[in-house]
Design a protein around this ligand. Structure first.
Ligand code: HSE
Length: 437
């Protein structure tokens, strides 16, 4: 049986999970792959820490170049993360004609187009199943399983930290900062959590998925990104009363000449299965022309779920190697000469429904004033709730609009803020509709 040699860069959580699976599932992987998957070497600056795994003949070195320059290593697995040395190592490995597997969504979102080009120049594979949604086979689904479809839209929960926090606020009425502390204590959220809670991690993943879904160049910079810092138990409770959950969604939709790409807290009706994806779980709903809706659900992070996704890439590449079929599946799911830039719709051009919450002065005429300004800006109100929850003379006024243009809504909100009818900034949460049955 042929031996495929593997070098792993980074011996942290994911690298350790990959080493464990290669060791503990050796026989199963051989039976399924038709080759011996040999973990030849691991590189990490920390060669001393005990990761609880016996390495046998596997070399552990602080020098990544030893792996990258080893002519016997066929596949380099990058689990370092970040955009600096990881990028240099991947480019060098591709240049050495090694196939590369990476879980690095930030790097792919920012530099993926260059990496794809370099992989093509060197006629090697670049695979990244673990970059989006942990163990969920979303990359393979888009690249292979749904190949006969035009993808119309995707809506996804792709950040377990945010989903855990929103679930906690929703279930316990916790304030955002307490829910964040809880997520940190449980190891879901980082000590410096902004990448997750401000929506950027989700945007990285959306940039990758949009490219695979629509055959477009990876475009991170034009994605609209809002995080969950301003979500309060009050809004989650109002949403529930209207029949909605609030989730941080990645939304990608194709139009004639544009793609919608946005990440923000979103109200979704309880009839949408994404509304019931709770805790740290991830899920993606893909609406495609032949299949209609498909939903994938699973663990978006963690040592073994992420390592499982990395192993699926390793096995794919190993199977390609033994059947001499390298680059059988195009890196972005579409032959490279058909990948094109598709502009992302400017947010001001978006049409959707809105939840608006104002802290209004409790005196006559206030509601008329707010609705008057909305009307002047072409915004039609579907329902209004004003509850007797008086707080220092202010009452929350909540409105759900019919479909309106984002530019109209922003203009109206600026005008309303200038009146003496409301205090503070209004809360604005966009609404997505139910999944079609
Ligand atoms: N930090 C991510 C999350 C996992 O909270 O889901 C890795 O992408």
């Amino acid at each position: 049986m042929k031996t495929i040699n593997i070098g792993v860069l980074g011996f942290g959580v994911v690298g350790t999970g990959v080493a464990k699976l290669l060791k503990e599932k050796k026989q199963l992987l051989e039976e399924r792959t038709g080759a011996v998957l040999n973990l030849k070497a691991i590189a990490d600056i920390d060669t001393k820490r005990n990761r609880g795994i016996g390495l046998g003949a596997t070399i552990l070195t602080p020098d990544a170049d030893i792996l990258i320059n080893d002519p016997d290593i066929d596949i380099i697995v990058e689990t370092i993360g970040g955009e600096t040395i990881a990028k240099d190592f991947i480019l060098k490995a591709l240049g050495q004609k090694k196939h590369v597997v990476t879980a690095n969504k930030a790097l792919l979102a920012r530099h993926g187009n260059d990496l794809v080009k370099t992989a093509k120049e060197n006629q090697v594979d670049l695979a990244f199943e673990a970059s989006c949604g942990g163990c969920i086979p979303i990359i393979k689904s888009l690249r292979e399983s749904l190949v006969a479809n035009h993808i119309r839209s995707m809506a996804a929960i792709l950040n377990g930290t945010c989903n855990y926090i929103l679930t906690k606020i929703s279930r316990d009425g916790s304030a955002f900062k307490d829910a964040l502390k809880d997520a940190q204590a449980l190891g879901y959220a980082e000590a410096e959590p902004s990448l997750d809670i401000d929506g950027f991690d989700t945007a990285h993943k959306l940039a990758i998925l949009n490219s695979l879904a629509h055959g477009m160049e990876i475009n991170l910079k034009d994605i609209h990104v809002e995080g969950i810092r301003n979500i309060t138990p009050v809004d989650i409770e109002f949403a529930r009363e209207f029949g909605y959950a609030i989730k941080l969604l990645a939304i990608g939709k194709i139009h004639d000449k544009h793609v919608e790409a946005r990440v923000h807290p979103t109200m979704i009706p309880f009839s949408n299965p994404l509304a019931h994806v709770d805790g740290s779980m991830n899920a993606v709903v893909i609406d495609a022309d032949a299949t209609e809706q498909t939903m994938l659900y699973g663990r978006g992070a963690g040592m073994m779920p992420t390592a499982s996704a990395v192993l699926s890439d390793i096995v794919d590449i190993a199977r390609n190697i033994i059947s001499d079929a390298g680059r059988r599946v195009p890196v972005l799911g579409c032959q490279e000469d058909h990948i094109r830039p598709i502009p992302i719709l400017p947010m001001s051009e978006l049409y959707t429904r809105y939840y608006l919450r104002f802290e209004a002065q409790d005196h006559p005429g206030v509601l008329a004033k707010i609705s008057g300004i909305l009307g002047e800006n072409n915004i039609s109100i579907e329902s209004v709730h004003q509850k007797g929850r008086k707080n220092n003379g202010k009452v929350p006024v909540v409105m759900i609009t019919h479909t309106a243009k984002e530019a109209w809504v922003q203009k109206a909100l600026t005008e309303i803020s200038k009146t003496d009818s409301v205090v503070g900034d209004p809360v604005v949460i966009r609404i997505e509709e139910a999944v079609r049955e």
